[in-house]
Design a protein around this ligand. Structure first.
Ligand code: GDP
Length: 225
């Protein structure tokens, strides 16, 4: 089956008009919610971040917001099991979702995170895109491809963020990105925009923030029902 629904919203069709990085004036933790119904009022465009545990999600969030302690890096289990909202520039919500593919939690716990994430992704009306993080050091992992297929079935727009680019040579990282995208082409008709990042080298920050800015503008300009 060829998946082509990703672009239904039209949000991803535009090329970046500006490469000016959004200036981060403020980034604050708001709340951790166990259910989508308890999340903040959906009054701002929202961007969710998800990936396997240890993919570098907290480091990426800290790099983007320029605050090295905003998201907790690995080792704080409590909040890593909730929907964590941050507000940036009082303009957009950044959401830190639990990692998938945890080895350490029971199957029952995994199923309940799974349901929480599914409900959040499918019901959150102000969700603009999901940034799915992929470790740029590895060959395509089935668990990541399966998660993308699931997003496709639910018709949820996403972008790929390849992390830890500094850990391999540029050539190796580029090759892994290419291989991943080739693996996606077997199922997907359109490939979403992707970013190569390093939290250590601040790589990809400017591009990701410019992209969020562009989507924020489109979000506010969209026809209202
Ligand atoms: P999370 O579990 O997905 O939130 O991952 P973390 O942000 O806690 O990162 C997991 C580990 O990878 C930590 O030891 C980080 O220091 C390391 N890490 C994360 N991002 C990068 C990166 O861009 N470059 C390097 N070299 N290490 C990273």
């Amino acid at each position: 089956m060829s998946r082509g629904i990703l672009f239904c919203t039209g949000l991803h069709l535009c090329k970046s008009k500006s490469t000016q990085a959004m200036e981060i004036r403020s980034a604050k933790y708001l709340i951790s919610s166990p259910r989508v119904e308890l999340c903040p009022k959906p009054d701002k465009p929202e961007y969710a971040f998800i990936g396997r545990s240890n993919v570098g999600k907290s480091s990426l969030i800290n790099m983007l917001t320029g605050q090295n302690k905003l998201a907790k890096t690995s080792g704080s289990p409590g909040k890593t099991q909730m929907i964590n909202h941050f507000v940036v520039n009082n303009e957009w919500y950044l959401v830190d979702l639990p990692g998938y593919g945890y080895a350490k939690v029971s199957q029952k716990q995994r199923a309940s995170f799974g349901k929480m994430i599914e409900n959040y992704l499918r019901q959150r009306e102000n969700l603009v895109t999901v940034f799915v993080l992929i470790d740029s050091r590895h060959k395509p992992q089935q668990i990541d491809l399966d998660f993308l297929a699931q997003l496709g079935e639910w018709e949820i727009p996403f972008n790929l963020v390849f992390t830890k680019a500094d850990k391999s040579t540029q050539r190796e990282a580029a090759k892994n990105v290419r291989t991943f995208i080739e693996a996606m082409r077997e199922e997907w008709e359109f490939i979403p925009r992707s970013f190569l990042t390093s939290a250590v080298k601040n790589l990809g920050r400017k591009e990701m923030l410019a992209y969020v800015e562009e989507l924020n503008t489109m979000y506010h300009d969209r026809p209202k029902e």
